[in-house]
Design a protein around this ligand. Structure first.
Ligand code: HEC
Length: 320
């Protein structure tokens, strides 16, 4: 089949769309052809080039060197393939992802590319910072403005606090809640903290594979406080079903790191309170004392919880 697609591709080399069709056929067999990708990337029609890049984006794990295609596209004369390369680079991640991202940033940008660039920069922040520190991209035009969100389309962190929680910040008594929410927001966004996996939006990551579950509108985040504190303090690993999606360690879901050892009781209470009042969640604060009690009660524990173990100790009210 692959050989037939190659033959079809070379026979119809002067019809770009047919080359793309041939590529799709190989993709359909989970063997996207690097030869056909290279061929389609040389097409005159930018839509054909973009189509090939979309294949690359969804086949990162099937290609030996997806970065080479994305790097070519990062300097494409048309903004659409550059945008496709950027989206794929964000999924690719790591040093290669950051390099492609900054290469796109180094070309002329438009508001669409800037919106995409800004969310990818947030996602690949540590690799982007490391690459910038090498000085390789130091002459990039407008990069400072872009990173400081000073260009049209540059992402500004959205306020995610719920209305009801916002009301709680008013007045004198509101001061304590406000301080806790703000500390929680900082902790949430620290390097390697919750944001890295569950994202700015709390929605986690379900593409290209289900890897990080959402912490929006789930009973894990909004329900039993003790269960939530235990989960965050000691981490969790095991097959987890949530909203019809299975997060399965056998399919690459990593453990959620235990943050108990790196956060104080006040920080942990704050970050959980932040999450329980953001993106529509509205389920009540967690106090320093509540965290302290769990810390004492689970002292000496050095392994992750499994979902079963936590659910046995604290059953869900409703099945999710
Ligand atoms: C290293 C990535 C990572 C970090 C950092 C992380 N989590 Fe998680 N989290 C996960 C993964 C992966 C799971 C699912 C684990 C499993 O199924 O084995 C999960 C599960 C959860 C769950 C239960 C399921 C759900 O989605 O409602 C909650 C709640 C949660 N995390 C909250 C947090 C909070 C709050 C923080 C910050 C203190 C945090 N996580 C930090 C990766 C992470």
């Amino acid at each position: 089949m692959i050989a037939a697609a190659h033959e079809f591709g070379s026979k119809n080399a002067d019809d770009e769309r047919l080359v793309l069709e041939a590529l799709w056929a190989t993709w359909g067999h989970q063997q996207p052809s690097p030869t056909l990708i290279s061929q389609a990337l040389k097409a005159e029609d930018h839509r054909v080039r973009s189509g090939a890049l979309r294949v690359v984006r969804h086949s990162l794990g099937l290609l030996e060197n997806p970065a080479q295609f994305l790097m070519t596209a990062a300097v494409d004369e048309n903004p659409r393939p550059r945008l496709e390369a950027l989206a794929a680079a964000t999924w690719l991640g790591g040093k290669d992802g950051a390099e492609i991202l900054l290469t796109v940033a180094n070309q002329p940008t438009d508001p669409w590319i800037r919106v995409a660039l800004n969310s990818s920069i947030l996602k690949l922040k540590s690799d982007v910072d490391a690459l910038l520190a090498t000085g390789k991209f130091k002459d990039t035009q407008d990069l400072d403005k872009l990173l400081a969100s000073k260009l049209l389309g540059a992402a500004i962190r959205k306020e995610v606090i719920t209305k009801a929680a916002k009301a709680k910040t008013k007045g004198r008594e509101g001061k304590v809640f406000k301080a806790q929410y703000e500390l929680g927001e900082k902790v949430f966004h620290r390097e390697a903290s919750c944001v890295t996996c569950h994202q700015e939006t709390g929605m986690g990551m379900q593409q290209p594979i289900a890897i990080y579950p959402p912490i929006v509108d789930t009973e894990w985040i909004n329900g039993d406080k003790e269960r939530l504190i235990k989960l965050a303090m000691h981490g969790i690993h095991g097959k987890l079903e949530l909203k019809g999606i299975t997060y399965d360690p056998a399919k690459g879901v990593p453990p959620m790191s235990a943050v108990g050892a790196i956060l104080s009781d006040a920080e942990l209470a704050a970050v959980l309170t932040y999450a329980r009042h953001s993106w529509g969640n509205n389920s009540g604060a967690i106090t320093v004392e509540e965290v302290g009690e769990v810390r004492t009660a689970t002292k000496g524990r050095a392994i992750f919880y499994t979902p079963e173990e936590l659910l046995k100790e604290h059953p869900m009210k409703e099945k999710e």
